[in-house]
Design a protein around this ligand. Sequence first.
Ligand SMILES: Nc1ncnc2c1ncn2[C@@H]1O[C@H](COP(=O)(O)OP(=O)(O)OP(=O)(O)O)[C@@H](O)[C@H]1O
Ligand SMILES: [Mg+2]
Length: 382
Amino acid sequence: MSTAVGQIRLLLVEDVPQVSQYMRGLLNAQSQVKLVDIVSDGGRAATQARQLRPDVVIVDWLLQGRTKGDKVVAQLREAGLGIPVVVLTVPQSPVARNPAAGIHAVLGMPFSGFELVSVVAAAHQAALAATEAAQSRLVTVYAPKGGVGKTTVAFNLAVAVAQGGARTALVDGSLQFGDLRSLLRVPADAPSILDLPTDRIGESDLQDVLWRDPSGIDILLAPPRVEMADMVSVRDMEKAISLLRRLYAVVVVDMPAALGDIPLALLDAADTILEIVTYDSTTIRNTLAVAEAFRAIGYPAAKVQYVVNRADSSGGIDAEDLARALGRVPEHTIVSDGRLVVQANNEGLPFVLANPDAPISRDVARIAAHLAGAAPLAAARR
Ligand SMILES: Nc1ncnc2c1ncn2[C@@H]1O[C@H](COP(=O)(O)OP(=O)(O)OP(=O)(O)O)[C@@H](O)[C@H]1O
Ligand SMILES: [Mg+2]
């Protein structure tokens, strides 16, 4: 079933054939709203909404079956699909608009085609605006080099952001050799991005596969086996990210060093690329090569923020050389603390919680606060 761009997809939950017929007639006469299905059994409404993912659902408040209108509205709300609901009623049974209870608009009978389309379009617009207001930040923790601390920084940074009060998710973007599974000691059968449905993913599907870490962040894990990485497509990843962004104020991605289609899609989608550099001699060459690639792709310079990891342990390059090569002073630094990092990593704990007062934890907290200050994070939905 194809839908023209911009068309609003409507699901109708209605058990009176004459009303369904009337609506169908009204909608046939225009092109702004497309009726994707009519469900006459209220008990099937949520399932159908989950499958068809309409933009708006109209529910007849006076449904006669076992599942009455109020129950359908409640089930749609609990399904967590984020789809606005318009309640259809008659003057004798007035219903008040109540978005918190899942009633986003009310349409009274009798109504004209113009009224029907206006109410549906307004509900759709309001839902879009709410999503945009809650726009979240996507932060990719990247380095062209392996073993420089991407996973360590991404995990601790995500926890530090969550500590600041923003709902935070962490994604293991290193699909082939995802480190988070072993770092966090998740059971081998813990679900991964591969367990998401391939077609329309709903919020509840996502909730089912996220790993709830005791540190307070929710994690989308990489597949459990190396050869499974190929089963994830760019589209799968893009869909997962866009859904995560609807639910979390901040989404942090632990990136692989190698740049393939999926990492590039993640970098494209990112608001901020935190690029980790260290003071060793290969850093400058790699970092400049990447900076050149990013320029060629068209990323604005401000999209990248450099983080010098283990900033107190010089590996032959000094800070000035690095700054000269990068063309700017790196925005952030994280000191070295082998003891704390190894101990915390061995226990699967974030060091920012294990020892929040350690200088390394303060450094990470500072980066978290900086990222949090860049957007209205309090606006996370729900
Ligand atoms: N600031 C730091 N102080 C001390 N040790 C650190 C620091 N940052 C990272 N490490 C250590 O460096 C090692 C590599 O870190 P990590 O696994 O996070 O890197 P990575 O970039 O994710 O590696 P890979 O490319 O394999 O994914 C780990 O042993 C970690 O304990
Ligand atoms: Mg890693």
